[in-house]
Design a protein around this ligand. Structure first.
Ligand SMILES: [Zn+2]
Length: 119
């Protein structure tokens, strides 16, 4: 098992900042309608492992389809650095856009394709 590490991340302009404990192996590349357009690389963590440090007032919510996931983005710079939703067992989960984490070598990650389009 890869070790869990604490990362910091956020949007482009810096208003939205967060801290998250996560393992980045693997990360998911999803082909659903929004992931494909936004180019996310995703990992998912329980809500308790995520802490929003700043930018709550800048977060704008976008929802579509079944409206179970909050596709949050910064109202100032438009970057979607994380989202929130519930897992299959109704627990609160946070989706992290790994591209928005500080100091992560994206080329070193194992990316797994996820067929979100078929869900
Ligand atoms: Zn921003």
């Amino acid at each position: 098992m890869p070790e869990m590490q604490t990362y910091r991340g956020g949007c482009h302009c810096g208003r939205v900042r967060y801290q998250v404990a996560a393992t980045l192996d693997p990360v998911l590349s999803c082909n659903c309608s929004i992931c494909q357009k936004r180019g996310y690389l995703l990992t998912f963590v329980p809500r308790a492992q995520f802490k929003l440090l700043s930018g709550e007032d800048a977060l704008t919510d976008y929802q579509f389809n079944k409206k179970v996931v909050h596709h949050l983005f910064c109202a100032n710079c438009g970057i979607s650095s994380f989202g929130t939703g519930t897992g299959p067992d109704q627990s609160e989960m946070v989706s992290i856009n790994v591209r928005c984490l500080d100091d992560v070598d994206l080329d070193a990650l194992t990316v797994t394709s996820f067929d979100g389009k078929s869900l």
